[in-house]
Write a protein that binds this ligand. Structure first.
Ligand code: UDP
Length: 425
């Protein structure tokens, strides 16, 4: 069988965003045609950054902006250190030793030797590859895109990492609440989803049923689902406790589906710690199956994302897009997606989660209404074309410098024309 390949284009989004927005985006993209951009992160799968990059890089190529994606490599101790940095940026304690800093910086130096980055724009994601900037002669702007919840970072860790951030020409965070006191111009881009991906495109009922049956997931009772990397910040234990409380009042089945990203060495231990909680109605799965994610988000009566910290939370967007009501932790990016009581519920405790579960599970009409509003809010704000346009505007702000860079005149410090402005949201 020969498969036809179709690259999703901006025009494909027209039914969702309208012809005027499509035209506007294409016009902006045409002005940057042939620009050579690269994104660098630390895992090719598992987690929101990889999810975003896999679709965003293709969409940029579809408009003639040559956009690549590189993934840094590292030993297990490197990723265990960077996971500690990640946790510390979200407020956890860390023993920030010289040895940790040395391993971190050394592995990044080695990656810089292997990766030849002479692009017009380099976008570096999250703390893992952050020090790369020290090792290149810049041909154009370097941008640091941080996806974590930076509202209350561990001070010493932030101070250490900020020394690298200051060398960048711009920093992008998900929310204005994550703004830092640095001289680097800061922008705020909310993440977004690709509605045409295997994860988000509509599935037939039979396809949903087939995926669920494949994993032995019973569908006789309403499904409560949380899908997340196995990570303490996602509070899987809290979800199980809330589910147990809710079940005293209403019968249902809980499915926790998770995966472990290659840059997250803590995931396996979190997964194993949950296994004792398994029973007939508490199903804990660790599989990398995108269609299963789609099937669960589509079929669930309620999706839960009870995070304790959350930079953004693409899993919330994905479920809302499927018209499924979401009960989300009242933190970070989840707060930007769920309007409490309107298109979902925000919760802060196990008890509150249980009460909202019972309320939604008992009320089909409420679920349908909230779900419909949830889908509509994703259509209006969280589709990939909105994010693409924000990047296009940012790149356009650097434009005079691309010419300089091409003429090889300057690797000097470059700043966007609209320095300090707060992006459009
Ligand atoms: N994901 C997945 N399979 C899983 C768990 C998560 O494909 O078992 C995906 C999920 O659908 C989403 C991403 O991983 O696209 C998680 O992104 P999010 O922003 O919610 O959280 P992060 O992992 O980046 O903290």
């Amino acid at each position: 069988m020969v498969y036809e390949h179709h690259l999703v284009s901006v025009e494909d989004y027209e039914p969702y965003i309208g012809a005027a927005a499509v035209e506007r985006i294409l016009r902006k993209a045409a002005k940057l045609r042939d620009l050579h951009v690269v994104h660098v992160n630390s895992t090719y799968y598992g987690g929101g950054v990889a999810e975003l990059l896999s679709s965003l890089t293709l969409l940029f190529n579809s408009v003639g902006i040559k956009t690549g994606w590189r993934v840094i490599q590292g030993s297990e101790d490197f990723f265990s250190i960077t996971k500690k940095f990640h946790n510390a940026l979200q407020g956890a304690e860390i023993n920030l030793t010289e040895r940790k800093k040395q391993i971190y910086e050394e592995v990044i130096f080695e990656n810089s030797v292997r990766n030849h980055l002479d692009h017009d724009v380099v976008v570096v994601h999250d703390p893992q590859p952050l020090p790369l900037i020290r090792h290149y002669r810049r041909r154009g702007p370097w941008i640091w895109r941080c996806h974590v919840d930076l509202s209350a970072p561990h001070r010493e860790t932030w101070d250490y990492l900020a020394a690298f951030v200051k060398e960048y020409d711009a920093a992008i965070f998900s929310l204005p609440e994550y703004a830092r006191r640095i001289t680097t111009p800061q922008r705020f881009f909310l993440p977004a989803i690709n509605p045409f991906s295997i994860k988000n495109a509509p599935l037939k009922e039979s396809e949903v049923a087939e995926r669920l049956a494949h994993y032995g997931i019973p569908t006789d009772l309403p499904l409560v689902v949380q899908i997340s990397r196995f990570d303490r910040w996602k509070d899987p234990e809290g979800v199980i406790r809330a589910f147990r409380l809710a079940r005293r009042e209403i019968d249902c089945t809980l499915v926790l589906l998770g995966n472990v990203a290659t840059d997250d060495p803590e995931g396996k231990a979190v997964y194993e710690s949950l296994l004792d909680c398994q029973e007939e109605r508490i199903i804990i799965l660790s599989h990398q199956d995108t269609a299963l994610v789609n099937a669960l988000q589509s079929r669930a009566a309620v999706v839960v994302q009870k995070s304790l910290r959350e930079g953004f939370g693409l899993t919330v967007t994905e479920a809302m897009w499927k018209g499924t009501p979401v009960i989300g932790g009242n933190v970070g990016g989840i707060r930007r997606q769920i309007e409490d009581g309107v298109n979902g519920f925000l919760v802060s405790t196990v008890e509150e989660t249980a009460a909202r579960l019972v309320q939604l599970l008992k009320d089909r009409k409420l679920r349908d209404e909230m779900g419909a509003r949830a889908r509509e809010s994703v259509r209006g704000t969280f589709l990939l074309t909105r994010l693409m346009e924000e990047y296009l505007d940012l790149f356009a702000g650097f434009r005079p410098h691309f010419r300089l860079a091409r003429n090889d005149l300057a690797a000097s410090r470059l700043a966007p024309e609209t320095t300090g402005s707060r992006g459009n949201q």
